[in-house]
Write a protein that binds this ligand. Structure first.
Ligand SMILES: Cc1ncc(COP(=O)(O)O)c(C=O)c1O
Length: 405
């Protein structure tokens, strides 16, 4: 693999530690990713040199903080090929979905309208729509999936009718790693006049996402999964749609004028950014995106694909191990079960050997129900992981299985 892995790993201080006397192997990247020095230093610099509230400030620190925060917005916009006015900083993917369900849904969804999600969605891309449907007496429709963990495309097409107003699907599944054919899905939804929200939480850390090429109406993602700090994320929306929506929260910053006769709202994107924002979070996101672009997203995608292939092949040599989610198009996530061993027990014993994986339902209970299981073990790789770590993981897993069988 032609990838400067040693240099890359040197940029992630957290990776170089022992856990339970063993070198840490961090395979829980789908839950949250680790932070490079570029991000850690950006946060440190903010607090050491120019911490201040942004916008409205006449003084030096306020101006500097505002510049850096707005610079981050530009970086995000250019990264996904959007306009700055279309980039709303939010807390994460969860807030992005809730913002659209509330500010778009409350205004435009009527009794009997239909919203489509898939059986494979994260709870944050199910529950806000259920709440909206309950409030509006609308109907939630669900795209079923195959045994290999792919959406049944023909069933999706059948669900699309003139009643469909919103389609909300993940670009990539956090639980199985399946990459969905979203470009085609968006085009099909547009034919019936529906708007499409793409949950990009598991896509942005691994691949290029171009909102104009996809023609999605909304895209949400979380900073902490894309190597930035926690509590920051992005809602992209087409300007025309954002303009048509009511504000999500009221307060400072989202207004132009306030009086007891009436209030006028600020221009995009500030209309959706009430209150003091997560300033260093936004700055860290700008630094993270610059960093992955320096490494090169195409190289990251290609390298991680090799890790996925190698990991899949190596895990398949363990007797009794079943991979849940064998779609043709996958990101670097491997969900698995071994015999009747409880995933949690595997997770605990792997931790004793310094290995971090995630176990449970991965916030996808309907998906687990579909497979008739309670949960899985999930190993998810980032571009700082290595084949050698996969070898260490597989050897440790063999030991764990022997102990628990
Ligand atoms: C596919 C997907 N959607 C949404 C979320 C929610 O992201 P957050 O908790 O950062 O808001 C996650 C987090 O795991 C996810 O993987």
């Amino acid at each position: 693999m032609n990838f400067a892995i040693n240099h890359i790993r040197s940029q992630f201080p957290i990776l170089h530690q022992q856990v339970n006397g063993k070198p840490l192997i961090y395979f829980d990247n789908a839950a949250t990713s680790q932070k490079p020095l570029a991000v850690i230093n950006a946060i440190k610099e903010y607090y050491e040199q120019y911490n201040s509230n942004i916008h409205r400030g006449a003084h030096h620190l306020a101006q500097l903080a505002t510049e850096k925060y707005e610079e981050a917005r530009k970086i995000v916009a250019s990264h996904i090929n959007a306009d700055e006015r279309e980039i709303n900083f939010v807390r994460g993917t969860t807030e992005a979905v809730n913002l659209v369900a509330t500010a778009y849904g409350r205004k435009f969804i009527k009794t009997g309208d239909e919203i489509i999600v898939s059986e494979m969605e994260h709870h944050s891309n199910i529950v806000p729509w259920q709440m909206l449907c309950e409030e509006k007496d609308a109907v939630l429709r669900v795209i079923p999936i195959t045994d290999s963990g792919e959406l049944i495309y023909e069933e999706y097409l059948k669900l699309l009718t003139e009643k469909t107003k919103i389609v909300s699907v993940a670009h990539t599944s956090n639980a199985l790693g399946t990459i969905h054919p979203i470009k085609e899905m968006i085009a099909a939804a547009h034919k019936v006049g529906a708007v499409v929200f793409i949950d990009g939480a598991q896509a942005l850390p691994h691949t290029k996402v171009d909102v104009k090429d996809l023609d999605c109406d909304f895209l949400g993602f979380s900073g902490h999964k894309v190597f930035a700090g926690t509590g920051i994320g992005v809602l992209y929306g087409k300007e025309k749609l954002l303009e048509a929506m009511n504000p999500y929260m009221g307060g400072g910053e989202m207004i132009k004028t306030v009086s007891f006769k009436g209030t006028t709202y600020n221009d995009l994107p500030y209309k959706f950014e009430a209150g003091t924002p997560h300033i260093e979070g936004g700055i860290s996101l700008g630094a993270a995106i610059n960093y992955i672009n320096e490494v090169g997203l195409d190289s990251i995608t290609a390298y991680e694909h090799k890790l996925l292939e190698y990991g899949t092949q190596q895990l398949s040599t363990i007797e009794g191990l079943q991979i849940i989610g064998t779609a043709k198009n996958k990101s670097s996530v491997i969900s698995f079960l071994v015999n009747n061993i409880h995933p949690y027990d595997i997770g605990v014993l792997l931790n004793e050997q310094g290995i971090a994986i995630r176990t449970g339902h991965h916030c996808c209970q309907p998906l687990m129900d579909r497979f008739g299981i309670e949960g899985t073990c999930r190993a998810s790789f980032a571009f700082y992981n290595t084949k050698e770590e996969i070898d260490g993981f597989v050897t440790a897993l063999r030991r764990v299985v022997a102990v628990l069988s």
